[in-house]
Design a protein around this ligand. Structure first.
Ligand code: N2P
Length: 341
């Protein structure tokens, strides 16, 4: 009898848990700032009745440290390729139930089975992009072809840069012809004096909206995300986007579900929703990065497809890989040079 009673209690708990899950009409999205259009969030809520809480971050490292510190409320995050690798290594991502994401068929095969998710278990690509140089050609008359041309004393206090330690170290490594994924003390000792000189030239650090300082004339050139470069070019053709001759980072930002996410089914619904061509186009309209959705690309205007920042022709591009503990060395180095020590 006792056994039956406890079985009954367990059943009730399970039932109410199931009920609570079915009732949960929330999606906690932790994503980059200036990357998810309000129109997409509103459209999703309208279609599904699920309310989206959109919390933002400005770097992979900021998001990663929150997850590793034990944040458990997020249903979706939006890491770049190397941070996906770190999360997978520590079992922090949940496998996607692809039967819930039939629109995955719209993804360009080029963006599937990539090094960071070789079996397509965890991620749906959001946007790809590059880190490149924007030049206000009304103000800068010399030809700028690479990082070396940007970081010259004559441009002191005229430069905006991404506030991102790994990216900054990469710019120096690229000019030194080094592998951007091999980071150790010796390599960083070679980076330090160069970066120490460069940071003295930078006027504004901004990873959220580096376009702003260029638009309002605060600076004349800078190193920014390609979507920002594309928006500047759309605004005024005097803003030229240059892919550095030395080579640069190509990022693949994806949606992924943290292990133990409270509303996994809602996260999968959102993944499927943003993969609809007409929804994906809305993302490109507001944030013109490289859209990995083949069907959405067909809906873009000619101007959108011809924006050189969004869809670059040829360039030397490299993905990042997880560098493990060496990430701490980068952080220390950049903090040191920025504080002048
Ligand atoms: C969006 C930032 C792009 C992310 N605001 C770079 N990985």
């Amino acid at each position: 009898m006792k056994k039956i009673a406890s079985l009954f209690t367990a059943g009730c708990v399970l039932l109410s848990a199931g009920f609570a899950q079915a009732q949960s009409k929330t999606l906690n999205l932790f994503a980059w700032s200036e990357y998810v259009p309000q129109s997409v969030i509103d459209g999703f809520t309208k279609e599904t009745g699920i309310k989206v809480n959109y919390e933002t971050y400005a770097s992979n490292e900021e998001m990663l440290s929150k997850l590793l510190a034990g944040a458990t409320s997020y249903d979706l995050v939006q890491p770049s390729e190397y941070t996906i690798e770190s999360l997978v290594k520590v079992n922090k991502l949940a496998e996607i139930d692809w039967s819930k994401v039939p629109n995955a068929k719209n993804i360009d095969p080029k963006y599937r089975k990539m090094a960071h998710d070789p079996q397509d278990k965890y991620t749906v690509p959001w946007m790809a992009g590059t880190v490149g140089i924007v030049v206000n050609t009304d103000k800068v008359k010399d030809e700028i072809t690479g990082f070396k041309d940007v970081f010259q004393p004559k441009y002191k206090n005229r430069i905006v840069a991404l506030d991102d330690s790994r990216e900054m170290v990469t710019w120096v490594l690229a000019t030194q012809g080094k592998d951007i994924n091999v980071i150790n003390e010796e390599v960083l000792a070679g980076v330090k004096p160069v970066l120490a000189d460069w940071v003295k030239l930078i006027k504004v650090y901004d990873s959220d909206s580096p376009k702003t300082a260029l638009l309002n004339g605060d600076v004349d050139l800078g190193v920014v995300w390609s979507g920002e470069g594309a928006l500047l070019y759309q605004e005024d053709k005097k803003f030229k986007y240059v892919l550095p001759v030395e080579g640069t980072h190509q990022f693949i930002d994806s949606l992924a579900i943290p292990a133990g996410a409270p509303n996994k089914a809602n996260a999968e619904l959102f993944m499927n929703y943003i993969l609809k061509p007409e929804v994906s186009k809305l993302i490109s309209d507001d944030f013109p990065y490289t859209n990995p959705n083949i069907e959405a690309r067909k809906l873009l205007t000619e101007d959108q497809r011809n924006n050189p920042a969004s869809y670059p022709k040829d360039a030397k591009l490299d993905l990042f890989h997880d560098i493990g503990e060496a990430a701490t060395l980068i952080d220390t180095l950049v903090t040191d040079v920025r504080s002048g020590s």
